[in-house]
Design a binder for this molecule. Structure first.
Ligand SMILES: [Zn+2]
Length: 394
C-alpha cells in the first residue's frame, strides 16, 4: 500500500521517498515507492508525469488489489532514497479541469436536478454525462454562469476523511460504491463529494469554465467543457477563427451569423437562377440540333451537368420520329431518348453501348441515362450508338 501524498496536498510538486521495488516490464520499469505525490489514472482523471531521480515517469497506475501505485519509468530506479518531481503544468491543468467538473456537475444538479453519471478528462476537452430528459442552450448558459460565479467568489475547497456511514447527513452530490474511510472534497456551501482526484485549494484557481458543446449520447447528454488556461485558449482560437471568417466576408465578428445566412440564401438563389438559365440553354441547343432535320441525333456537349443533358434530350425527344443520344464531356453523362412514335429500346441501347466501357445506368425503352468512367472514349461510344440506331432503322 502506497501512501498518497496528493490526498492531503494537491500542490506538492516535489517529494522524497524510498524506492521499494523496480521491475522490468518490456522496455519500461515499474517502480513502487513507500509514498508518492504522483496521481495514478483513475476516476476519469489521467495520471501525472514527471521524474523519479533521473528517470522519466511516463505512466502511473493504481494496482487496486493491494492499493499500490506503480510508476512506469523509462529507466530503472535503484532501491533506496529517491527524489520525485511531478510535471506541474500538467498537474495544474488537470486539477483545474477536475475542480471545474465538480463545480459544473453541482451547478446542473442544483439548478435542474440533472445528475452527472460520468466524467472524462481528455487531452483537449473534458466531458460530463448528464442524466436529463433534455439539455437545451438555456440549461448550459445558466449552469455555466453559476459555476463561474462560484469561481469568482474564490471559495475555499477542503479535503476531509469520513467513514461511509457518516455520509448520509452531509448531502453528498453522488453516492459512491467504495466502503470504509472516504475522502471528501468540499466546496464551501456549494458541493460535497467523495473523490480521490486532485483539486484546487480555492475555486478561483479554476480560472473560468467554458462549455463548448452538448450532444445526445443514447440516454444521456454529453457536455463538453474546458477550464482555466484551456478555456482561454478555446476562446482565443474561436475568436481568431471568427475574425478570419469576418475579414473574408468584410464584416465584424458579431455580424457574421447574419452575413453567413444571407450569403447562403444568395448562393441558393443564384443556383436556382443558373439552373433555369441552363435549362433554357439546353432547350436552345436542342432546337438548333433539330434544325438540321435529322431523325437520328448524336451529340456531345463540352459543358453541362446531368440535368442539362437530360433537358436537351427531353427537348429532342418531343420531336416526332427522333432518336437521340446526347452526352456531356464534362459530366461524362449520357442520355438515350426517343420520341413516343420512334422505334427502338433506349435502355437496351444504353447497355449495349455503355456497359463494355464500364459505364453504369438504365431507364425505360424511351428514356435511359448513365455515366462512364474517365478512361472511356466518348466519341467512340457516340459513334457506336449512331451505328446501331442507323442499322436498326434500315
Ligand atoms: Zn474530484
Amino acid at each position: 500500500m502506497t501512501e498518497r501524498l496528493y490526498y492531503t496536498d494537491s500542490f506538492l510538486r516535489e517529494f522524497d521517498a524510498q524506492a521499494i521495488s523496480c521491475e522490468a516490464s518490456g522496455e519500461r520499469f515499474e517502480v513502487v515507492l513507500d509514498r508518492t505525490a504522483f496521481y495514478p489514472t483513475s476516476g476519469g482523471q489521467p495520471h501525472d508525469t514527471g521524474r523519479l531521480g533521473d528517470a522519466n515517469v511516463v505512466d502511473v497506475f493504481d494496482r487496486e488489489a493491494d492499493h499500490t501505485i506503480l510508476h512506469v519509468t523509462d529507466r530503472p530506479v535503484l532501491p533506496g532514497a529517491v527524489h520525485g518531481a511531478i510535471d506541474w503544468e500538467r498537474r495544474f491543468d488537470h486539477l483545474q479541469q477536475h475542480t471545474g467538473q465538480h463545480l459544473l456537475s453541482a451547478a446542473f444538479l442544483k439548478l435542474f436536478r440533472f445528475p452527472t453519471v460520468s466524467f472524462h478528462l481528455g487531452r483537449e476537452i473534458s466531458t460530463i454525462d448528464l442524466e436529463a430528459p433534455s439539455v437545451v442552450p438555456r440549461h448550459i448558459e445558466e449552469a455555466e454562469r453559476l459555476a463561474n460565479l462560484v469561481i469568482f467568489e474564490d471559495r475555499p475547497i477542503a479535503v476531509s476523511f469520513r467513514e461511509k456511514e457518516e455520509l448520509a447527513g452531509l448531502g453528498v452530490r453522488k453516492q459512491v460504491e467504495r466502503e470504509g474511510t472516504l475522502r471528501l472534497v468540499g466546496i464551501e456551501e456549494f458541493d460535497i463529494q467523495p473523490c480521490g482526484g486532485t483539486h484546487a485549494a480555492r475555486t478561483g484557481q479554476v480560472g473560468a469554465i467554458l462549455v463548448r458543446k452538448i450532444e445526445r449520447q443514447k440516454q444521456l447528454w454529453r457536455v463538453e467543457f474546458v477550464c482555466g488556461a484551456r478555456a482561454i485558449r478555446g476562446a482565443r482560437s474561436d475568436f481568431e477563427a471568427l475574425g478570419a471568417a469576418a475579414r473574408e466576408i468584410g464584416c465584424g465578428p458579431a455580424e457574421l451569423p447574419g452575413m453567413v445566412k444571407k450569403l447562403i440564401e444568395e448562393g441558393k438563389r443564384a443556383n436556382r437562377e443558373r439552373g433555369r438559365t441552363m435549362e433554357r440553354v439546353a432547350e436552345f441547343e436542342a432546337q438548333s440540333l433539330l434544325a438540321r432535320g435529322e431523325k437520328i441525333i448524336v451529340h456531345a456537349f463540352d459543358e453541362g451537368d446531368a440535368v442539362f443533358v437530360r433537358r436537351a434530350a427531353a427537348t429532342l425527344a418531343k420531336q416526332p420520329g427522333v432518336q437521340a443520344v446526347v452526352a456531356s464531356r464534362a459530366a461524362r453523362h449520357f442520355v438515350f431518348a426517343r420520341a413516343e412514335d420512334a422505334a427502338g429500346d433506349m435502355n437496351l441501347l444504353l447497355r449495349e453501348v455503355l456497359t463494355p466501357a464500364g459505364g453504369k445506368g438504365g431507364g425505360t425503352k424511351e428514356f435511359a441515362q448513365g455515366t462512364v468512367p474517365e478512361a472511356a472514349n466518348l466519341d467512340e461510344l457516340l459513334a457506336r450508338a449512331r451505328e446501331r440506331m442507323a442499322r436498326e432503322n434500315t
